[in-house]
Design a protein around this ligand. Structure first.
Ligand SMILES: [Zn+2]
Length: 234
């Protein structure tokens, strides 16, 4: 009798162990293709910039508490739709083409800092470009200001992590001191994003230079750029 009870208890525990990952997985939101590529009209929050509610609240809390230490966090850009990213992409592409670069070279120049529309983390409403209010421009120089120190010590406490770090083993975009991601949501969005067939998704979009978006090109781009991020954001 004793043994049988032990056996049943073990069976129950084993089934929990077996099913609990599924239970946990079903608790989180699933993100649609359109939401992941900046084409869904989602509810966004923020004045002068837009983010998903939870990320917005975390950012405002961080900005408020930084202010107590006289650190002023300025938001340059947060949510961007597919169309918005496409305007940035095509403006930069045209600029490089006008300078005499080939299509391939122009694409390579643009993607040093800018994502192909449909592949930007700015589509998610979780990622944001932040700078020191006193120097309102994107700057990679390692200035040891009060702002830089405060961000390095505190941003993670509010759930924000740098994406394009200075780690020399990281591939893809250049180092961006300003780009932060709200990990609590973005790690799940990345998980769903990686399930999309990006070649098929981008095939019918009007994007400058897309005659070069072949399967091997996009596969390499995904590996280097979309996955070329801070390890902690997976
Ligand atoms: Zn950014």
């Amino acid at each position: 009798m004793q043994n049988r009870r032990f056996f049943i208890a073990n069976i129950i525990l084993a089934s929990f162990a077996l099913f609990s990952p599924t239970l946990f997985a079903s608790k989180r939101k699933k993100y649609s293709k359109d939401m992941l590529i900046g084409k869904e009209k989602i509810k966004l929050y923020g004045k002068g910039y837009k983010m998903q509610k939870e990320a917005y609240l975390a950012l405002e809390k961080m900005r408020k508490e930084a202010l107590v230490k006289e650190v002023r966090i300025h938001v340059i850009s947060a949510y961007r739709s597919f169309e918005h990213q496409n305007r940035i992409w095509s403006r930069k592409f045209k600029k490089f083409k006008a300078q005499g670069y080939s299509v391939k070279e122009a694409i390579n120049k643009v993607k040093e800092y800018s994502a192909i529309p449909g592949t930007s983390r700015h589509h998610w409403g979780t990622d944001v470009d932040l700078v020191d209010y006193n120097k309102k421009f994107l700057n990679n120089k390692a200035i040891h200001s009060k702002y830089v120190t405060w961000m390095e010590e505190n941003a993670h406490k509010y759930g924000f992590y740098r994406v394009y770090t200075s780690n020399k083993f990281r591939t893809g975009y250049n180092y961006e001191s300003w780009h932060y991601s709200y990990r609590n949501i973005s790690k799940f969005m990345l998980e769903d994003y990686l399930k999309l067939d990006i070649v098929a998704v981008l095939k019918n979009e009007k994007i400058a230079g897309n005659q070069l978006f072949t399967k091997p090109f996009l596969k390499k781009y995904l590996d280097n750029n979309v996955l070329g991020i801070n390890d902690y954001l997976f």
